[in-house]
Design a protein around this ligand. Sequence first.
Ligand code: GLA
Length: 396
Amino acid sequence: MTHRFRSNLVIAAIICAAFVVLQLPRYAMAQSAAPTPPMGWNSWNHFHRTIDDKTVRAQADAMVSSGMRDAGYIYVNIDDTWEGERDAQGNIQTNSKFPDMKALADYVHGKGLKLGIYSSPGAKTCAGFEGSLGHEDQDAATYASWGIDYLKYDLCGLRTEMKAAPTPEAAHKIMVDAYVKMHNALVKTGRPILYSLCQYGNDAVWRWGTEVGGNTWRTTGDINDHYARMEEIGFGQAGLAKFAGPGHWNDPDMLEVGNGGMTTEEYRMHMSLWAILAAPLLAGNDLTTMTPETISLLTNHEVIAVDQDRLGQQGDRVSAEGPIEIWAKPLADGSKAVGVFNRHPTAISATVDFKPLGFRKPVQVRDIWQAKDLGKMQEPYTVLVPPHGVVFLRVK
Ligand code: GLA
């Protein structure tokens, strides 16, 4: 080995080591921020622009008194419309709906909960409020000083810059650079802040969301409180499982459970499908006026255990026969959560064959929503699935 060759090797090794060290915080942070899909509440689906300090406090109170916190719902997330103007130094201010964000964070933290906030990489947010463009470091530092634990970063306003780009590749780069920029700004604060990307699944974000530091990324446009939209989004997630895992999750958007636009069976389908998808579980209803039924849908611990399973493997579609779809999610203890979904508006009898699900020997089957052990099964299981409903099983 010549001297020159040896010193080149040493330089290469130093560059590699520096790269690893520089990249480590990014991945360490991603892993520690969301080892399982984040759970909490977000203001947008129910309150839209009317969210304010008083309402957020009331939601935090209800999160505790309803048992949601103890079921695992921890983040209280303020969506768009909290933003005010910037001061003379360019620091973002809250508007009059949020008189003191630090005091609000203290209040939420005092309840054993965490506080999330919202911004855009563009000059304006979707609702036309102040975005973070050109103020990324400053905004991240402000969030950290307030005690923020979660940032939803919503593309919206940046589309103006992207539209002006000469090619789709250039537009893509503008978006990716913007997401990296805020990620780096968050890391610089030294505060663990969960980073939630929201750009509606464009440019197959699941392929690069982790690279830009995302802990979650929306895979679709907005959900609403109608069965057709929930169904379209939920079943449209087939094939994305391999892109999710501890620290980085596909996000098919927030829950509508309890908002009133779907039947109980439809909400049961919504919860079950989101759990199989290892989706973030962000309730989107008014937690202060929940019926006991809504509370039991949101807090069913066996459903939450599927979503939060420590293996962190997203489930996927196993079969589809007309309106009957079977989806399965492998779990850490070797069992599988199996959803038998009926997308038809009348009840349909469906048969689950356990062999294609990977089980050769007789299986132990439990009906999750009924909280009932169905015993040992050797033969395929035939069951009547309610209209727009689900039979949710845990199979071992
Ligand atoms: C976009 C997002 C929604 C919500 C609104 C707020 O539509 O996808 O989830 O944050 O903006 O303006």
